[in-house]
Design a protein around this ligand. Structure first.
Ligand SMILES: Nc1nc2c(ncn2[C@@H]2O[C@H](COP(=O)(O)OP(=O)(O)OP(=O)(O)O)[C@@H](O)[C@H]2O)c(=O)[nH]1
Length: 519
């Protein structure tokens, strides 16, 4: 696997990467923290709302049952006065059933359990004897009661509210009962159904055994859910709220309350995922609203990163393009912050030292240390330029006569002084543009650009005479021999012309020295 190398990544990208990573981590962590806090708040709020709601519904249901029992008690009183008058009984049952929507059906049964009358009369149970345990319990108890759910003689799944019929003599004459059909359209649906919310919240009511007597899904009425933790708590006369897993394995936020008079329990709940759906939506909205700001932050980081990296990048390029004598454009770069300014100062300082050193080295390389004139290397540089330009020139090869004798007679130090004085003399006679150099021990060369052979010969003669008259320190008189050559800028090469000048010099020496000669 190839190793990731940061050396190829630009600084502005690294800054973007680092800052972007920081921004992302901060955003994610703040979103996560907000989500967790909001999640807890939503759950607490929903639990509390469901608890309050279950409590309220339990209270309303309790009041409803009380009121219904009172209605039955009133009718029972009326029937007690006419219990053997079939017409009165019938019309009272009719009134009881129709005047309110409380009961789906009403009956009057004698103390021997025989059904005397029923409303609606279409139910074919008149004359039958009640045999179910709930009805027998009522006959036995002889007091107002709310039954457990049971299947009526007509085959309906019902709960029955009942009131004893006791005549003026205090004799028990049976009971009247109001049936609420649990598996059909009933008063509980009207009471509870109105409170069913579109947001997935719903409630259900269980009897004392945990059997559903009301549920928004009518198919579930009659199902036993006593194993549900909140159902058990509600049946234990407790009020509260908690998160539970229902019988279908769904996580619910449930509030519960008891109706102690009938040992029923009410549970109001909302699926956890519905509660969190709202939260997810709100958080997505928060993210959406934050997007422009996030975009601006990234843009800012990119722009700022570019500004930070720009001077460094330009300095790197500047150093890379530094020329052979150490010149570059680093001093023009706007190093606007501390580190960049420090780096720029260091680069400018080191390149200027480098330039000085290169200039010094170049000078040393091309200059004769004794006389300060150009040496052979310095001469080569000028010759190359002349050759490139194809510029004609004359050259004078100058050599001190019997210099060995000077050295031998006056010493090497005096010899050096003679060399320096002669170099001075040659320079003094040079025009602007002439090139004077020391090419050997006591050998000098003078290049005279754009000068022809004739003029060069007369310049050489003038020079020779002038040197002849110079008073050299210690050595007194010194003479020179000069060989002259000319290059027309076309034929041969400048180096061949220098050789010609040397030959002319040799000729001058042969001719007796202190001479000017041409080949
Ligand atoms: N003082 C001094 N002497 C040098 C220097 N370079 C070369 N010489 C001497 O210059 C002398 C050159 O001698 P030769 O080549 O025999 O030539 P010459 O004595 O001048 O004789 P001709 O050139 O034939 O007239 C030698 O003695 C070298 O030691 C230098 O830098 N300083």
């Amino acid at each position: 696997m190839q190793k990731l190398s940061f050396k190829t990544i630009e600084l502005k990208r690294l800054i973007l990467l680092l800052a972007g990573f920081g921004v992302l981590i901060t955003l994610l962590s703040s979103f996560y923290a907000t989500y967790q806090v909001q999640r807890q708040l939503h759950i607490q709020k929903t639990l509390e709302a469901n608890r309050a709601y279950a409590t309220k519904v339990a209270k309303i249901t309790s009041l409803f049952l009380d009121a219904s029992l009172q209605q039955l008690a009133y009718s029972a009183k009326k029937i007690a006065m006419h219990f053997d008058n079939e017409q009165v009984v019938k019309s009272e049952l009719e009134r009881l059933t129709l005047q309110t929507d409380t009961f789906n059906a009403t009956i009057y049964a004698r103390e021997n359990a025989e059904i005397v009358s029923v409303y609606p009369q279409s139910i074919p149970v008149s004359g039958l004897f009640l045999q179910d345990s709930q009805s027998l319990k009522v006959l036995e108890a002889r007091e107002p009661m709310v039954s457990e759910p049971f299947v009526s003689p007509a085959g309906n799944f019902i709960i029955s509210l009942s009131a004893p019929v006791i005549d003026l003599n205090g004799t028990f004459r049976g009971f009247i009962g109001g049936a609420i059909y649990l598996d059909g359209d009933n008063i509980l649906n009207k009471l509870m159904g109105e409170h069913f919310y579109q947001d997935g919240s719903f409630l259900y009511v269980v009897d004392g055994h945990g059997t559903l007597i009301y549920h928004k899904d009518p198919n579930r009425v009659g199902e036993n859910v006593v194993q549900n933790d909140v159902v058990r708590q509600a049946l234990g006369d407790r009020v509260g709220a908690q998160q539970v897993i229902n019988t279908k394995g769904e996580s619910m936020l449930a509030g519960f309350a008891a109706i102690p008079e009938v040992h029923w329990g009410v549970v109001a709940q909302q699926p956890l995922n519905v509660t969190l759906e709202n939260l997810n939506w709100s958080l997505l909205r928060v993210v959406e609203l934050n997007l422009p700001a996030i975009f601006l932050v990234f843009l800012g980081i990119y722009v700022f990163g570019s500004k930070i990296s720009k001077p460094l990048w330009r300095m790197a390029k500047g150093v890379e393009l530094t020329d052979s004598i150490g010149h570059n454009n680093v001093h023009n770069i706007n190093a606007w912050y501390f580190e960049a300014a420090q780096l720029k100062a260091a680069i400018v300082d080191s390149t200027s030292k480098l330039t000085q050193r290169i200039v010094k080295l170049d000078y040393d390389r091309t200059t004769d240390p004794l006389t300060g004139l150009l040496n052979r290397r310095g001469l080569t540089h000028h010759l190359n330029q002349i050759e490139c330009r194809q510029q004609c020139f004359s050259t004078l090869a100058v050599d001190i006569d019997h210099f060995k004798h000077v050295n031998d007679t006056f010493g090497h130090g005096v010899g050096d002084e003679v060399l320096k004085q002669l170099a001075n003399e040659l320079s003094k006679h040079a025009r602007f543009g002439d090139i004077v150099c020391r090419v050997g021990g006591e050998e000098f060369l003078v290049l005279l650009p754009e000068i022809n052979m004739d003029i060069a010969t007369s310049v050489a003669e003038r020079l020779r005479k002038s040197v002849e008259e110079v008073e050299f320190k210690h050595a007194r008189r010194v003479t020179i021999s000069i060989g002259v050559a000319f290059w027309d800028g076309i034929t041969n090469t400048p180096n061949e012309i220098l050789e010609s000048a040397d030959k002319a010099l040799y000729k001058a020496k042969q001719m007796g020295r202190n001479q000017v000669a041409v080949v």
